[in-house]
Design a protein around this ligand. Structure first.
Ligand code: KG4
Ligand code: ZN
Length: 343
């Protein structure tokens, strides 16, 4: 059994965790920075990076104490090396390098997206490769065939906004503040999902790509019209996203023989999303897996677990490994027309 210390700092959550190759989470801690960013209505990269500097060392100390584990007992340090807000990534990666250097343990530089992609295997011991993954977070919306550790084929991405970004922007327009996803989900429970007609961008397209920019504008118009209850807008918006997910994932399921459908990333914490994808998997005769909500949103257990999977495969990294703002899981995926830096 190996013990991995995981560190996460790619956006606005600072996190540390101790995870074993036997899927035990010995200790984990996440500190969100929402209070620091809320006055600005979104994440301010400079503030995030400075907050990681303040918060991360205490979290490392805390998880080691809680698990009664010394640095000498661990097998490797796994730190997010990208993609994300590069100032924050540098903070966590350099902390990981310092801990690795001082303890003489190897560094595993983890792609944050691989953390999300492998997180379902931490929660579900029965989930084997390959699986079809809907990865929906604040920065990404992709369909990937996960074939093995470090082995990904991207079937689809968004040509504009990510799904989580759409939730955050809808929340802002509805005056729900930041972070938006959970607030929209809560308000949607009191609304009628059929009350507000909203578009389903890309639905019906033969390729499984996503688009959410048009939906965002339609929400803006619905709010500005003053004709609808906010709860109805929230419910109708959430249903539109779910319908896009289901339609696009159905196309991908036709392209992939993978026996399981999996959903991960922050938006996978959403109950309507989980329920709809589970039903879709059943209709297509595929097994379904989704991590618990806390493992869908950013955390360090998933980074520790990805580190454990990479370490087991003999993949460790040198101390001059760079921090990367952009780092696709499938380096060979074609650029999609209209896709910007978020792809
Ligand atoms: O994976 P994550 O924590 O961070 C990134 O890597 O981006 O995803 C954060 C995104 C945010 O856009 C947030 O609004 C969204 O996930 N999110 C949700 C829910 N919880 C978080 N979206 C919809 N429903 C939720 N319950
Ligand atoms: Zn994430």
């Amino acid at each position: 059994m190996t013990i991995i210390l995981g560190l996460e700092s790619s956006c606005d959550d600072t996190a540390a965790a101790l995870v074993t190759s036997e899927r035990q989470i010995l200790a984990q801690a996440v500190v969100g920075q929402a209070d620091r960013h809320r006055p600005y209505g979104g994440v301010v990269p400079e503030i995030a990076a400075r907050a990681h500097v303040e918060i991360l060392p205490d979290l490392v100390r805390q998880v080691l104490l809680e698990a009664d584990v010394a640095m000498g007992d661990i097998d490797a340090v796994a730190a997010t090396a990208g993609p994300g807000l590069v100032g924050g990534v540098m903070v966590g990666l350099l902390a990981g390098k310092g801990l690795a250097l001082s303890s003489g343990k190897p560094l595993v530089a983890v792609n944050h997206l691989e953390g999300h992609a492998l997180s379902p295997r931490l929660a579900d011991p029965k989930l084997d490769f390959p699986y079809l993954l809907l990865l929906a977070s604040g920065g990404h919306c992709q369909l990937l065939e996960v074939r093995g550790v470090g082995d990904y084929r991207r079937l689809a991405t968004t040509i504009d906004d990510a799904a989580g970004e759409a939730f955050d922007k809808a929340a802002k327009q509805l005056g729900l503040g930041y972070p938006g996803g959970p607030a929209v989900e809560a308000l949607a429970r009191e609304g009628d999902a059929n009350a507000v007609p909203l578009p389903r961008p890309m639905v019906g397209s033969g390729e499984p790509h996503f688009s959410f920019a048009g939906l965002k504008s339609a929400v803006q118009r619905a709010v500005a019209s003053g004709a609808h209850r906010p709860a109805d807008i929230a419910a109708s918006f959430q249903q539109a996203v779910v319908d896009c997910f289901v339609d696009r994932t159905r196309v991908a399921l036709e392209e992939s023989d993978a026996p399981s459908l999996v959903v991960a990333g922050g938006v996978a914490a959403n109950q309507a999303v989980r329920g709809a994808l589970e039903q879709l998997a059943g209709e297509h005769g595929r097994a379904f897996s989704v991590p618990p909500g806390w493992l869908c949103t950013d955390n360090a257990a998933m980074i520790g677990w990805a580190g454990a999977e990479r370490f087991a495969a003999g993949l460790v990294d040198p101390l001059d490994t760079p921090a990367r703002a952009r780092w696709p899981l499938d380096e060979d995926a074609d650029k999609v027309r209209g896709a910007g830096v978020k792809a």
